[in-house]
Design a protein around this ligand. Structure first.
Ligand code: GDP
Ligand code: ZN
Length: 309
């Protein structure tokens, strides 16, 4: 009988999701394996690479080690210090917007701050462009496109419904593990179905009936779409906060601000509105930094301060 500590027969696999008390893995040969795990390993999440052993006397394997992670996605909790690890080993964050429902501007920057903190590449997708010509928020949308492209973020306009301009996005997703965030109704499910012809429903909790009975998954789930193209999703991931970040983390997520940091007259300048001699304030006045970004930045800082108090 294999001992937990003898890893010579252990195999590596990718974590798909939690299933009740078990963890669903995909082996290197593409097999689905259900495993037990030991609490002392800590949280095991979608996207983790783990080592597992098969057990002679059980239909389940057992996970014995979590392999080193490149990063984790944390869902912060407002309550106590209940932050929850949701996913691991993420390459990029797809920030999905739509012509309708209209984008909420500070959400975009919140996600960009989170992406910076996680060290993942953000990609902004503006969907439902088929509705653009008749939209009454054209000015807002054009400003968003101009602003974020001007800051050198990848921003793709497309229509999932009309299959317009999807190839560029597909190319960006391929061979990567991505997380898709965005308000409900922007077309995340429609997009994945259009791109990969799968029937993923991203809405609500996923529950499935199988030979082991009904399982409800509230944890994140990894969708293996292609050879090495993965999407990790869950209702909790799609609308996450950044309460676990401090003021310096928020500032660091505004990349055009960070370039001016050393030019502020004051050491430890907090760049609050109307500070004379603050390089950020001066850049906003001179139109070198977007007023909208400055507003969004303060909104995030105030949220942080409210949370702290
Ligand atoms: P999710 O909540 O982000 O997963 O959004 P869904 O994929 O469920 O899409 C919400 C609604 O928007 C559905 O009725 C879709 O058919 C519609 N939709 C998605 N993409 C497009 C698009 O490119 N153009 C238009 N006009 N509607 C779209
Ligand atoms: Zn300043």
């Amino acid at each position: 009988k294999a001992s937990y500590d003898d890893l010579s027969h252990a195999l590596s696999a990718l974590v798909i999701s939690h299933r009740g008390k078990l963890i669903e893995l995909e082996s290197q040969t593409g097999e689905i394996i259900f495993c037990q795990y030991r609490q002392n390993l800590g949280a095991i999440v979608a996207g983790d690479n783990v080592l597992y052993l098969l057990q002679d006397n059980s239909e389940y394997g057992v996970i014995c080690q979590i392999l080193p992670r490149s990063n984790v996605l944390i869902r912060p909790s407002k309550l106590a210090h209940n932050h929850k690890t949701m996913a691991a080993n993420i390459d990029q964050l797809i920030i999905m917007l739509a012509v309708n429902p209209p984008p909420i501007e500070h959400y975009i920057d919140r996600y960009l701050v989170a992406a910076h903190h996680m060290n993942v590449k953000p990609i902004i997708v503006l969907n439902k462009m088929d509705l653009f010509d008749d939209a009454d928020n054209k000015v807002q949308l054009e400003a968003i496109i101009h602003l974020y492209r001007g800051l050198d973020y990848e921003l793709i306009t497309c229509s999932a419904l009309c299959h317009k301009n999807l190839q560029a996005l597909k190319t960006l997703l391929q061979h990567k593990t991505s997380i898709i965030v965005g308000q409900s109704g922007v077309g995340k499910s429609e997009m994945l179905n259009a791109l990969f012809g799968t029937n993923i429903t991203l809405t609500g909790e996923i529950s499935e009936q199988n030979s082991r009975g009904k399982h409800t998954t509230t944890s994140a789930r990894l969708f293996h779409l292609d050879q090495d193209t993965n999407i990790i999703d869950s209702p909790g991931i799609r609308e996450f906060g950044i309460w676990h970040l401090d003021k310096a983390d928020i500032f660091a997520g505004f990349k055009e601000f960070t370039q001016l940091e050393n030019e502020c007259k004051f050491r430890n300048c907090e760049h609050i509105e109307n500070t004379k001699g603050c390089a950020i304030n001066e850049a906003v006045a001179a139109d070198r930094i977007s007023k909208q970004r400055f507003i969004n930045y303060h909104r995030l800082i105030h949220e942080y301060l409210d949370y702290k108090n």
